[in-house]
Design a protein around this ligand. Sequence first.
Ligand SMILES: Nc1ncnc2c1ncn2[C@@H]1O[C@H](COP(=O)(O)OP(=O)(O)O)[C@@H](O)[C@H]1O
Ligand SMILES: O=c1ccn([C@@H]2O[C@H](COP(=O)(O)O)[C@@H](O)[C@H]2O)c(=O)[nH]1
Length: 212
Amino acid sequence: MLKNATKNRPIIIGVTGGSGSGKTSVSQAIFKQLHGHSLLMLQEDSYYKDQDEKSMDERVKVNYDHPDAFDTDLLIEQINDLLDWKKIEVPVYDYAAHTRSNEVIIKDPKEVIIVEGILVLNDPRLRDLMDIKIFVDTDDDIRIIRRIQRDIEERGRSLQSVINQYLATVKPMYHQFIEPTKRYADIIVPEGGENQVAIDLLVTKVRDIISS
Ligand SMILES: Nc1ncnc2c1ncn2[C@@H]1O[C@H](COP(=O)(O)OP(=O)(O)O)[C@@H](O)[C@H]1O
Ligand SMILES: O=c1ccn([C@@H]2O[C@H](COP(=O)(O)O)[C@@H](O)[C@H]2O)c(=O)[nH]1
């Protein structure tokens, strides 16, 4: 039985998978196809801890793929607020500076909330808030190629820094913390955002829940 939908509360969909697996693409595809309903997308990356106190050298050395890098308590608190139809103040994360900016974005509660990120199925408190849990499953070699392209083009990184970070933390943390959460998924989506069949099935399911 769905936890939230039955209580006239927003439906929470969790979308996880490794970095570069296609989580954002799958979430956006669901979002786009659910037009006509009120929707909100939350990215776990917005909840990276504030690191203003650290120097740039220290920030670069942080393991951003470990659960301790995230302010998961704040994410859980804000999802609970949304479930109570309250507004939230989402932090804004700056990847180039490796810390939060001074701004927040105010978001209103919506009928369907998609929560997307590498560790959204890791913490049982967070997992238990979700009505539908999705794992986007993409091979490691494809993910590293996508990550190299994205981090150089959009996140101001050098090729060598992406490779170093991948070998030091991204890959080991994926196998230690992210891949094991596949067992909690209701649906495993191979091929990410291009898997139209999986997207259609998910959208149909969400529409069913909303209209029931
Ligand atoms: N199925 C796919 N085929 C080809 N490219 C894809 C596919 N899914 C995602 N991408 C591309 O891969 C990159 C990473 O995808 P993204 O959805 O941002 O992954 P994540 O959010 O898991 O890091 C993006 O440039 C995106 O356009
Ligand atoms: O300051 C930072 C914060 C995060 N990262 C990396 O981002 C990915 C998660 O984002 P995806 O969109 O899922 O790829 C994570 O693997 C971190 O390593 C970073 O490099 N620097």
